[in-house]
Design a protein around this ligand. Structure first.
Ligand SMILES: Cc1cc2nc3c(=O)[nH]c(=O)nc-3n(C[C@H](O)[C@H](O)[C@H](O)COP(=O)(O)OP(=O)(O)OC[C@H]3O[C@@H](n4cnc5c(N)ncnc54)[C@H](O)[C@@H]3O)c2cc1C
Length: 430
């Protein structure tokens, strides 16, 4: 039986594994294995909500081990650090327990087809001090780490007799992650009042967004940026555009103009690149964002047996631009790669990938959702906001749940999420 290994069970990888398990896996034509360095999947666009503490990995995450048993694929917990494309093997690091004892030894797995779906990490562009002093939202672990610090800071502030003292948070990057996080933090400071911190409110939070370019949300139409800017202004979030950070020290971002922006929590959310190990392996052709270059079928230029999808995939479009690192790109690539793998097994021709931009949405917590939907006519886009925008935003996540769990289980998962939203705690306190 042929072996298909998918490395990375994120927005793209988990959807791909689910589809392959229901088709090639179920038909006994291939053994499907998922490798991920984490035990739990949380859809990455929700990470800022994990960081703020409004969602919980236990109710909103997918346990890979359980999902694998249900869909009939193998799950290997581990970090891939090496690919031998000639021997067609991958190598996973050993896993250590809390006492630094080896829990799982290093492993070498053999594949017939490999799919790289390892996502992206924050790009600090080598800016001095950023890696040491900032929080990032690249993974569940990092989001949880930020959440812990946030709670500690809120508790500390709540204890202080002086009601005028504030918790300062500075976020570098005015993209979707930075703006959505700012709004969510505002919401959480108000929630904290009902969760044992009576002296807490958003008035005690001072949030700044530092954006190097002339406008926040640079990848989106100006009307969306304008709308988001006004919504953030209403929340008292300070938006500093044309502000480039050139270094960081403990508790301070320093701009190119030598302005010092002090904060209790520093967050870096300015751009992404494919993980460094891809570049270090030295076997793939990559672009400036370290993404692996692929052909029209999403096969790496190194080998047709290695597909690449999602944020780590460098797919150049006809107009010379790269497909953007978004959940919708990962979703579409997962679908193309799954169909091409199935077609390979059936000796049918492969299909080319074509990115369709359905628009973008920015969800500013409970306050506002703004975005654009792409029309099919002349690539026109329609501005949407309010309930409609919120509905479309939520439906993106729902589609992911349906892809991963199937329609019936997906519906139950969404229902249970709704119930836990009503009866459960609105703020995670640990
Ligand atoms: C806070 C935030 C908000 C966002 N909001 C939006 C949004 O509103 N709309 C939108 O379209 N996009 C959004 N994005 C971007 C979107 O989340 C990504 O484009 C999408 O998740 C990419 O999917 P992926 O499958 O490529 O990678 P990911 O979903 O990141 O999954 C990668 C997986 O690979 C695993 N992995 C990594 N390295 C290894 C290794 N060496 N070995 C084994 N496993 C490994 C990781 O554990 C992870 O499970 C947001 C991102 C963030 C951080």
């Amino acid at each position: 039986m042929q072996e298909i290994i998918v490395v990375g069970g994120g927005a793209g990888g988990l959807e791909l594994v689910s589809k392959l398990s229901r088709t090639l896996g179920k038909a006994g034509e291939a053994r499907i294995t998922l490798v991920d360095l984490s035990r739990t999947h949380v859809w990455k666009p929700l990470l800022h909500e994990v960081a703020a503490g409004v969602i919980d990995k236990n109710s909103d995450g997918v346990d890979y081990g359980i999902h694998a048993v249900r869909l009939g694929y193998q799950f290997q917990l581990g970090t891939m650090n090496h690919i031998d494309h000639l021997q067609k093997t991958i190598h996973l690091d050993a896993i250590l327990d809390d006492d630094n004892e080896v829990l799982l030894k290093e492993r070498t797995l053999k594949y017939d087809y490999l799919v790289l779906a390892v996502g992206s990490v924050s790009n600090d562009f080598g800016t001095p001090g950023i890696a040491q002093h900032s929080y990032f939202l690249d993974s569940l672990l990092q989001a949880e780490r930020f959440h812990k610090s946030l709670l500690n800071q809120l508790l500390k502030l709540n204890q202080q007799a002086d009601n005028s003292s504030q918790l300062k948070i500075a976020i570098v990057g005015g993209g979707a992650t930075g703006t959505e996080l700012a709004a969510e933090l505002h919401h959480v400071a108000n929630l904290a009042k009902s969760y044992g911190m009576p002296d807490m409110s958003s008035a005690r939070l001072s949030i700044s967004i530092l954006e190097a370019g002339p406008s926040i949300l640079p990848a989106l139409p100006q009307r969306i940026a304008h709308s988001a800017r006004s919504a953030l202004a209403k929340l008292g979030v300070e938006v500093l555009e044309n502000t480039r950070v050139s270094s960081a020290e403990k508790g301070v971002f320093i701009t190119t103009e030598q302005k010092r922006i002090e904060a209790d929590l520093l967050v870096w959310a300015a751009g992404v690149k494919a993980p460094d190990f891809i570049q270090k392996m030295g076997i793939f052709e990559t672009n400036r964002a370290q993404q692996v270059l692929v052909n029209e079928f999403l096969q790496s230029t190194l080998s047709p047996d290695i597909y690449v999808i999602g944020d780590c995939c460098g797919f150049k479009q006809a107009d010379g631009s790269w497909v953007p690192p978004r959940a919708q790109s990962a979703h579409q690539m997962a679908s193309t790669a799954a169909n091409n793998l199935i077609n390979s097994f059936k000796n049918k021709p492969l299909k080319g990938y074509h990115y369709v931009d359905y628009g973008s949405l920015v969800h500013l917590s409970k306050y506002s959702t703004v975005g654009s939907l792409m029309g099919s006519l002349m690539n026109s886009s329609m501005f949407i906001e309010g309930r409609l925008a919120r509905l479309v935003y939520v439906s993106l996540y729902n589609m992911h749940q349906f892809s991963v769990h199937g329609w019936f289980k997906g519906f139950l998962v969404l229902l249970s999420r709704k119930v836990s939203n009503i009866v459960g705690s609105k703020l995670k306190l640990h």
